[in-house]
Ligand binder design. Structure first.
Ligand code: PLP
Length: 382
């Protein structure tokens, strides 16, 4: 058996990406803008549906930043954010000079806890400031409790900025993730379910908002023959080269979702008779996760004291990458002084959870190598 590194999640090209990139070279559309950008946006709009409008940008982080700007978030405002997430969900709040208010997860989807969310909103209002926006995340591709979260958002009339960076291809009650929020965000970073090598997109409900995003992401140039600016602009547009990769990736997106879900099945099947290990799975049939990353939780009181860190190191020994779950933002040195609402659900998940190799490109041989380490670690008889 080879001992090549098995990655958590690595880029997986479908084969036609190069053609779109070549086309861009041949027609000299190497600048930002161009037919691949428009084509990629149309592919995404068709895929997620709901008459969405999609603007392709340089990253998911840029999309979150422009999303906050579109929602009118300014210096001094408060923005609610799921604590258990990648830092990119929260950083744009700081770019705007606003204050993040962090919220714990619930145990089923690991996303925003509706109880902690409402508690936070009422407490912030009683302190004199109504939060300007709610950043809700579909962690590892698992849809958050859409009905509950949006009912609360509606009750207090606070817009939701939906961080769907990990959830392209996931859906809730047959509606695609990315289309629930006032504004949605997608990412095509190298480790995501599809990649443009680096990139992201914003999803809006109308053309005016999309036009505004395009305007802001291309340096906010007013309509004039010279360079004229009445607003602060950004250089956040996706390039036509990257969009070419994206168009090719869209042709294999459904396949890749299927393959990621197969990896999840592999772990479900493996762990079904292993005491003290649960595989992160949909709570019921309303939820459909793309299973971007397959994650497990170890209960050391039932695994004979074996911890997720022990398992991580055992996998590392065999040149297999795994990683603890996202460390909650309220525990991060950069954010620890900001308000936090909730209990210790996300802290506990961080202590005991591990993301397993989940790529759509893992082979049978890779699975065998993973199985061998797991067999040894859990003393599983075959
Ligand atoms: C990857 C990711 C982002 C940021 O996307 P980039 O394209 O890498 O900037 C934002 N939020 C979450 C939850 C992510 O996983």
């Amino acid at each position: 058996m080879s001992n090549q590194k098995i990655w958590l999640s690595s880029p997986h090209m479908g084969g036609t990406e190069q053609n779109y990139v070549n086309e861009a070279f041949e027609s000299n559309w190497v600048a930002p803008l161009g037919p691949n950008v428009t084509g990629f946006e149309q592919d995404l709009e068709k895929f997620i549906g709901q008459d969405s409008h999609v603007g392709a940008l340089s990253s998911g982080t840029a999309a979150l930043h422009l999303g906050l700007i579109l929602l009118g978030v300014k210096a001094g405002d408060e923005v609610i954010c799921q604590s258990m997430t990648f830092s990119a969900s929260a950083n744009p709040i700081m770019y705007q000079g606003a204050t993040p208010i962090f919220i714990d997860s619930e145990k089923e989807t690991w996303n925003l806890c509706p109880i902690a969310l409402e508690e936070a909103i009422t407490d912030r209002i009683s302190k004199g400031k109504k939060p300007k926006a709610i950043i809700a995340v579909h962690l590892y591709g698992m849809p958050y409790k859409v009905d509950e979260i949006h009912a609360i958002a509606k009750k207090y009339e606070i817009p939701v900025l939906e961080d769907s960076a990990e959830a392209l291809g996931s859906h809730y009650k047959n509606q695609k993730c990315g289309t629930f929020g006032e504004i949605g965000v997608l990412s095509f970073n190298g480790n995501k379910i599809i990649t443009t090598s680096g990139g992201g997109a914003i999803v809006t409900k109308n053309k005016e908002s999309k036009d505004k995003v395009i305007f802001l992401s291309t340096q906010a140039r007013d309509n004039a023959p010279h360079y004229q600016h009445s607003e602060v602009g950004y250089n956040y547009r996706m390039s036509n080269i990257c969009a070419g990769i994206g168009r090719g990736q869209m042709e294999v997106l459904e396949d890749h979702v299927g393959l990621r879900r197969k990896m999840h099945e592999f772990y479900k099947d493996y762990f079904k008779d292993v005491e003290g290990v649960t595989v992160f799975s949909e709570p019921d049939s309303n939820y459909f996760s793309n299973h971007w990353l397959s994650a497990i939780v170890l209960d050391p009181s039932k695994t004979g004291g074996k911890t997720r860190e022990d398992l991580r190191l055992a996998l590392e020994q065999a040149n297999i990458e795994s990683r603890p779950l996202w460390k909650p933002m309220h525990l991060q040195p950069v954010f620890e002084s900001y308000p936090y609402y909730g209990k210790n659900v996300s802290e506990k998940l961080f202590d005991d959870g591990l993301c397993m190799p989940s790529g759509s490109n893992l082979t049978e041989e890779d699975k065998n190598r993973i199985r061998t380490v797991l067999n040894q670690f859990f003393n599983k008889k075959i």
